[in-house]
Write a protein that binds this ligand. Sequence first.
Ligand SMILES: Nc1nc2c(c(=O)[nH]1)N[C@H]1C(S)=C(S)[C@@H](COP(=O)(O)OP(=O)(O)OC[C@H]3O[C@@H](n4cnc5c(N)ncnc54)[C@H](O)[C@@H]3O)O[C@H]1N2
Ligand code: MOO
Length: 390
Amino acid sequence: MISVSDALDALLALVSPTAVETVPLRAAAGRVLAAPVTARRDQPPFAASAMDGYAVKAAEVERDAMFKIIGESAAGHGFAGQVGAGQAVRIFTGAPVPKGADFVVIQEDISRTGSLITISDHPGPGRNIRALGSDFCVGSSVSAPRILSPADIALLAAMNIADVPVRTKPTVALISTGDELALPGDMPGPDQIIASNTFGLDAMITAVGATARILPIARDTIGSLSMALELANKADLIVTIGGASVGDHDLVEQVTEDVGMSRSFYKVAMRPGKPLMAGKIGPSAMVGLPGNPVSAMVCGHIFLLPMLRVMLGLSPETQTPPLAPLANDLPPNGPRTHYMRARLDNHGLHVFDDQDSARLALFAEANALVIRPPHDTARQKSEHLAYIAI
Ligand SMILES: Nc1nc2c(c(=O)[nH]1)N[C@H]1C(S)=C(S)[C@@H](COP(=O)(O)OP(=O)(O)OC[C@H]3O[C@@H](n4cnc5c(N)ncnc54)[C@H](O)[C@@H]3O)O[C@H]1N2
Ligand code: MOO
């Protein structure tokens, strides 16, 4: 049995970043930017008014000063002339500030009679002008890698970037194994249960930005499992679920060996998730997850997500696990790293009494996995422990 950190290192060594593809801007939302992109424009491309009002010379701005309006500058239609002494141009938000003007008096501070205006109130110190290129300039860079947020997409649009280089979505083939499994919506037999893990993992994989394929359930025969692995052969990552332990019907170890998997390791000192195996089948990374529903999902968080992040060109971890106070006492931990299901609220981490790795209903109540290192001593309420938000 190897430690969690050795297992993670070995798993990350099985994968590498996917190829880069170029997609239209709208399709880039949520994708990982693969290379820095640079602005093709200055923004704003001219000194622009930040307010509706009158463009004048700053030197002439004082209470009771009078100006003659000589034209108008609207967004999309600037004023071609020049503002001279004692002159003003009616201007609107986003419009180019005309030559000769360097101050916009907001219309609330003006009284107007025909084509004459008087500054009737004290204008504030701000000139109400956004300088050319004050947001970004030609050549300003958006750094990579990053998951493109809605704000990033808006920025790229403003930079006039129509096509975006992103990482190809890693493909993951999910294979549930077991005679006892039926699909949601099926009429399960009396000894059957519903295959839940594939669906939970599919949701997790999709949310991180990869594509999952759910393959037909492999039955507990060598032929059925071999066929499923064959169907999976083009995937970047093959994930089997169940059949990883030592029972007579646990065939993943044997069949992956038969199809020529070069094994990286089998069994990790963690709870849940001990009977985890990994290796390479041809060019695909392969991870054999334990079948217990909570074990499969916890291993998804601890191992699959970092692997997928590396495939997406990101760093494996999103953050160092934060600390929070315990809301209850905990007994000492055993020899394996224990990821304890807990609910974090304003009072701290409420670690569940029942840590059975088959209890999906309880797992769905959890929003944190409290990390207990091997042989961690007993912990008291209020002590701060590291956790992973799930
Ligand atoms: N003698 C021993 N028995 C077991 C050991 C051990 O060390 N010695 N380890 C236990 C641990 S820990 C785990 S975890 C499980 C893992 O077993 P497998 O990976 O072989 O999984 P299965 O036996 O196929 O299934 C376990 C359990 O999970 C259910 N299952 C399987 N696939 C799915 C699915 N896709 N969706 C929902 N539920 C699933 C399956 O019906 C079983 O109830 O082994 C322990 N045994
Ligand atoms: O290691 Mo198993 O995954 O505890 O239930």
